[in-house]
Design a protein around this ligand. Structure first.
Ligand SMILES: NC(=O)c1ccc[n+]([C@@H]2O[C@H](COP(=O)([O-])OP(=O)(O)OC[C@H]3O[C@@H](n4cnc5c(N)ncnc54)[C@H](O)[C@@H]3O)[C@@H](O)[C@H]2O)c1
Length: 399
């Protein structure tokens, strides 16, 4: 049995979720973190052959001129999200990871994201030149660390929405546009996806940005015998929606309206404060209700940046529904979660399951990972429980 290492290439490698995932991975390798929050540590997956934590090596792309250690420490001091003593115990591992982080691209990422970028980020590359550079960084990482495979995970800021229908439907039509910036509609997240998939690496999109969600990029993945999945990690309010909405559906309780107000104050919140970036996230948080309920109630999703809350997101949902004899009733819930701590374990989980899919020879979209995503590509089922059962069934089918 092979024991060579597996690369995790994080796009947005010094952001909140990335710094938390890296801290968590270092802690798991050293036996300092309990299993809580990690789906892949459940007994249901004990015997399926997931890779051990110590087989992963982390590198990535970033656009801000900050250090991983400082960003991780801010999660302790400013957000009060991670125990500072834990960071003290793993921080010796950060400089080597920081050295493996390269400057990314901000191609068609919009002004809110380019305002974050360091002066050193190249701003006038063609998509093809950007992809070539990203690929060199990824292969350099694989070669210098003797990696068996690399899994590229998009943890970068949410980009403005791009209509996927604007991208040509086939890879043969899309590929020539990489030399024609005026005509190429793809944002940075898709250039990272193309770079990864063209190399035969796996690609996962934790952000609601376009990433690999076009038929042409899916075709590229299948041509290269590799795999991909997105989009947008399902960590908090939308997770609750995907658990509660099937209950309303199955009890034949008619939802008249579902209002969700979200407030938080981290860097992700600052980017989502820009209306064009916010629109991408609102669409992702809103679309599952009509699919689960099989009718369209009135919905409202608001996301507001409240700086003092830092990483602590509060969602207040108000669900107005009718029961027997048409009597109106209300369910309200308040979700107060620490955003990065909800997201980071899922990022680590999906990486482990993706490696299992690779070893099983899986090619194309990975629908069995749907439970991890708000907008699972190519999957109709939006209810969390059924999605989780699908993961459990897939993971255990060959073990
Ligand atoms: N609970 C959650 O935290 C959660 C849930 C679902 C989805 N997401 C999504 O995950 C992503 C990361 O969230 P976060 O809280 O870590 O955000 P963050 O703002 O803390 O981190 C994003 C990082 O990406 C970097 N970045 C931006 N554009 C880049 C580019 N083109 N190339 C390379 N790096 C780039 C930024 O500099 C920053 O360091 C966001 O898109 C967010 O919407 C987060």
């Amino acid at each position: 049995m092979t024991t060579s290492n597996i690369g995790i290439w994080l796009v947005g490698a010094r952001g909140g979720v990335a710094a938390t995932a890296i801290t968590g991975l270092c802690a798991l390798k050293d036996g300092l973190a309990p299993d809580a929050g990690l789906v892949s540590q459940l007994p249901a997956f004990r015997d399926v052959g997931l890779p051990d934590w110590d087989r992963f090596v982390v590198g990535g792309h970033e656009i801000r001129d900050v250090s991983l250690g400082d960003e991780a420490m801010r999660l302790a001091t400013e957000s009060r999200a991670i125990d500072p003593q834990l960071i003290e115990r793993v921080k010796d591992q950060f400089p080597a990871i920081d050295d493996r982080i390269r400057l990314g691209t901000i191609y068609k990422s919009g002004s809110a994201i380019s305002d974050l970028a360091s002066e050193a980020v190249v701003r006038d590359e063609s998509p093809r030149d950007a992809i070539r550079r990203l690929k060199e960084d990824m292969t350099g990482f694989a070669e210098s660390n003797g990696l068996e495979h690399v899994i590229v995970l998009n943890l970068a800021s949410t980009e403005p929405a791009v209509d996927p229908s604007l991208a040509p439907a086939s890879w043969a039509e899309l590929e020539p546009l990489l030399d024609r910036p005026q005509e190429c509609p793809l944002p940075a997240s898709s250039l990272y996806a193309i770079a990864a998939l063209d190399l035969g690496y796996s690609y996962l999109n934790f952000a609601p940005s376009l990433g690999s969600a076009t038929p042409a990029i899916d075709e590229l993945a299948r041509q290269r015998n590799t795999r991909h999945m997105g989009s947008d990690g399902k960590t908090g309010e939308t997770l609750m929606k995907s658990v509660l909405a099937p209950m309303f559906h199955d009890r034949n309780l008619k939802v008249m309206s579902w209002v969700g107000h979200n407030i938080f104050g981290n860097l992700d919140g600052r980017i989502l404060d820009d209306p064009v970036n916010k629109a991408t996230k609102v669409t992702s948080k809103d679309r599952l209700l009509a699919q689960i309920l099989e009718y369209r109630p009135q919905t409202l999703v608001s996301i507001e940046y409240i700086e003092s809350l830092g990483d602590w997101k509060t969602a207040w949902d108000h669900i107005h529904f009718t029961g027997f004899l048409g009597t109106p009733m209300t369910l309200q819930f308040t979700w107060q979660g620490c955003d990065s701590l909800l997201a980071a374990p899922l990022a680590l989980d999906m990486i482990r399951f993706t490696d299992l899919a690779r070893r099983r020879g899986h090619v194309g979209l990975m629908p069995f990972l749907a439970c991890f995503f708000k907008s699972p590509q190519g999957v109709e089922e939006q209810g969390y429980i059924r999605q989780f059962q699908a993961l459990e069934a897939w993971a255990n089918e060959d073990s």
